[in-house]
Ligand binder design. Structure first.
Ligand code: ATP
Ligand code: MG
Length: 318
């Protein structure tokens, strides 16, 4: 009986027909916001240093007295290695290296979904039944863009005054790589096309309103100063501007300093290294009409915690 009930419920949520959980992702028709809290998305090509930059920026703001929430999307955690967080602790992180004014969380899709449904349904047993059905579990996994919408709903929830209070100065999200990030941004647009009117449509509209508001949300694209990452960055930034009128800030990471003139030019490595620094300057110039925010140098360390500390120091200086 619960299985059938759950199945019908999910379909109704999609069609925006069930008043009790119609506001699954938002309950606001007007995006009223706290003016102070900033939401920051960090994206970029795979492996360029998104997690490193997001962590360093969070530490930097926390060290300046801000209350910061650093978020990663589950189910796999990268932040646990940076903050020495116990693998077993899951969402209740054991905060060993996290400053007092900062929190680190992993948002797990199913948990965030349960949180929203509990917020609206309020009856725990009903929520339990909703999720215990194997059919529901499968449907939730395959429902198009539901995961992305749930994450965006959560990220923008404080501005739309729903769910748990998020009392932070800044929320930094260590987000997906560029391709998947566009899918994340497009998820409310896709839902609005599929469901042309009703609450689901208007909720997606408010999510987009928040995302497009430069007073509330900052976007950082981390790139390497190399040809392929730069081409990908240009393409990504152009799409973001065209589709969403958003102008992200660009961070160049792992920028190499040229060697001193006295360096031995006959050494293969040194000569290669110097050529690559010249190439990197040429690559950076390709982006001069864009919003370049910061160059972070290559840090010659091999422990991630040390790299993050050093990047934090660099951000602090600039
Ligand atoms: N400025 C830097 N100098 C030297 N090494 C760096 C620097 N920034 C990041 N790294 C190293 O580069 C690697 C990739 O960094 P990171 O994990 O932050 O990238 P990512 O973009 O989050 O990757 P993914 O796409 O897998 O999530 C890590 O080993 C990290 O220690
Ligand atoms: Mg990462």
């Amino acid at each position: 009986m619960w299985k059938r009930c759950g199945l019908i419920s999910l379909i109704k949520v999609y069609l925006g027909e069930w008043p009790l959980i119609e506001n699954l992702l938002s309950n606001g028709n007007n995006a009223e916001h706290k003016s102070v809290m900033k939401l920051v998305f960090v994206t970029g090509k795979g492996g360029v240093g998104k997690t490193t930059f997001a962590s360093a920026q969070a530490l930097n703001l926390a060290s300046r007295g801000q209350k910061v929430l650093l978020v990663e999307f589950g189910p796999k955690s990268q932040l646990q290695y940076i903050f020495d967080i116990s693998k077993l602790a899951k969402i209740k992180y054991k905060r060993l290296r996290v400053p007092a004014s900062m929190e680190v969380v992993m948002w797990n899709f199913e948990e965030v979904l349960v949180e929203f449904i509990t917020y609206y349904l309020k009856i725990k047993t009903l929520v339990k039944s909703f999720f215990s059905s194997p059919i529901m579990k499968k449907l939730i996994k395959v429902a198009p863009s539901l995961r992305e919408l749930v994450y965006l709903g959560k990220a923008t929830s404080a501005y739309r005054k729903i769910g748990k209070d998020m009392n932070y100065d800044t929320i930094i999200i260590d987000a997906y790589s560029t391709g998947h990030f566009l899918a994340l941004m497009r998820s409310p647009v896709g839902m609005m096309k599929a469901v042309k009117k009703g609450p689901m449509n208007s909720q997606c509209k408010t999510i987009l309103e928040v995302l497009k508001n430069p007073n509330l949300v900052d976007y950082y694209v981390v790139s390497l100063a190399e040809q392929l990452p730069i081409e990908e960055t240009i393409e990504f930034v152009d799409v973001l501007k065209e589709e969403f009128k958003i102008q992200p800030k660009i961070i160049f990471n792992k920028v190499k300093e040229p060697l001193s003139k006295e360096a031995d030019q006959s050494c293969i490595f040194q000569s290669y290294y110097n050529k690559s620094t010249i190439n990197q300057d040429q690559q950076i110039k390709k982006l001069k009409k864009y919003n370049i925010n910061l160059n972070i140098p290559f840090i010659y360390e091999n422990k991630i915690t040390k790299i993050v500390d050093e990047v934090q120091a660099q951000i602090g200086i600039k």
